[in-house]
Structure formats: structure tokens, C-alpha cells
Design a protein around this ligand. Structure first.
Ligand code: FMN
Length: 181
């Protein structure tokens, strides 16, 4: 199973990216997690370009299409979704493969509740399949932990492992239902 991980932060030492990297370390057997790293290179969304898609956008859509599910971890800026991540999502609105895509939402900061609520609204509007039993919130803000430390932290590792297991189970059920409606 292939999962694509999207961080909503462009920071080199992003706690959201670190959380996703820790997920990669803790992934169940036969589950590969790829991190998307080109968000900062995407052009500003413009619906006029829908018929002549910039190659980097076509590449993003193709990665989404190939993924069985998406892991999304996004920070909060000024009580909302960071512009660069909303820009990425806007490029996916008209894509045919995003609707129905299973999504595991991660949150690296419990106080980032406004961005999480906004993200849920946007993703539901885009017809993503939010897997609630897989969603997790952990406190990484200001802890300066690297991915190894996050993956080795007993409490966080249990949350991530359980969340990933619930996510994989939900994807398998979803795929079975789609194959045998
Ligand atoms: C310009 C700016 C605005 C921010 N606004 C909020 C906010 O409204 N609410 C909040 O909880 N954190 C806010 N933060 C804190 C970030 O969410 C926090 O630094 C987070 O760790 C960034 O994610 P990252 O570590 O993945 O880069 C803000 C940070 C910056 C730089």
C-alpha cells in the first residue's frame, strides 16, 4: 500500500513534516509512506491553467492518483490554513482522483484548532474521505524533537501506530467496497 504524506509547512525544521517522517518510520508492514516535498514550487492556483496544467501540478495530481491514501499534517497561521497549503489543495479541487481519497489528519499542536476545523471543512467540500478514527493530535510545538525522537517517544509512537493501523484498515475496507459494491 502506498500513502502520500503532505505537510502544510515549508519550514526546514517543520514539526508537521517531522510528525509525518515519524509515521514513515512506524508504518505497518507492506505500507510505504512517501513525503511530498514540492509544495513550495507550486505556482499560484489559477483556474485558467486547468487546460494547460503546469507539469509540477500534473505531477502532484499523478502522485495523488497513485496513492491509496493521504496523510495530512498542517500547522495553523493566523487562525487559518497556511496559504501555501491552501494553494496546493486548490490545485486538487478540479482533479478527478482527489474525491473519495481516504485522508488521515494529523495535528502537531493541540492549540491549532481553527486551522484543523477549516481544513476539515475544505477537505469535506473537496469530497475527501476523512477517516476520523485515524485522526491524531500530538504536542510537538516548541519541543524541538527530531523524527527519531518522535518515533521513539512511547506515548506518541502508540498514537501514531494506532492511527496508522486504523487508517490502513479503513482504506482496505474502502477498497473492498469499491471493488465489490
Ligand atoms: C506567522 C505565524 C502565525 C502563526 N499563527 C498561529 C495561530 O494562529 N495559531 C497557532 O496555534 N499557532 C500559530 N503559529 C505557530 C505555528 O503554527 C507553529 O509555529 C507551528 O509549529 C508551525 O508548524 P511547523 O513547525 O510545521 O512549521 C503561527 C506561526 C507563525 C510563524
Amino acid at each position: 500500500m502506498q500513502l502520500l504524506a503532505l505537510s502544510g509547512s515549508l519550514r526546514a525544521a517543520s514539526s508537521n513534516a517531522i510528525l509525518l517522517q515519524a509515521c514513515r518510520r512506524l508504518a505497518p508492514d507492506n505500507v510505504q509512506i512517501m513525503l511530498y516535498t514540492d509544495m513550495g514550487l507550486l505556482p499560484h492556483f489559477n483556474p485558467d491553467l486547468e487546460n494547460q496544467l503546469p507539469p509540477i501540478v500534473a505531477d502532484l495530481r499523478s502522485r495523488i492518483a497513485q496513492a491509496d491514501g493521504l496523510l495530512i499534517s498542517c500547522p495553523e497561521y493566523a487562525r487559518g490554513i497556511p496559504g501555501s497549503f491552501k494553494n496546493l489543495l486548490d490545485w486538487l479541487v478540479a482533479s478527478t482522483t482527489f474525491p473519495g481519497k481516504p485522508v488521515m489528519l494529523l495535528n502537531a499542536s493541540p492549540r491549532a484548532c481553527a486551522a484543523q476545523a477549516a481544513l476539515r471543512l475544505v477537505l469535506n467540500t473537496m469530497s475527501a474521505q476523512l477517516i476520523d478514527e485515524a485522526a491524531i493530535t500530538v504536542q510537538l510545538l516548541a519541543k524541538n524533537m527530531d523524527e527519531q525522537q518522535v518515533a521513539a517517544d512511547t506515548e506518541i509512537a502508540v498514537q501514531l501506530t494506532q492511527g496508522l493501523q486504523a487508517f490502513v484498515l479503513a482504506i482496505r475496507k474502502h477498497q473492498e467496497t469499491t471493488a465489490n459494491p
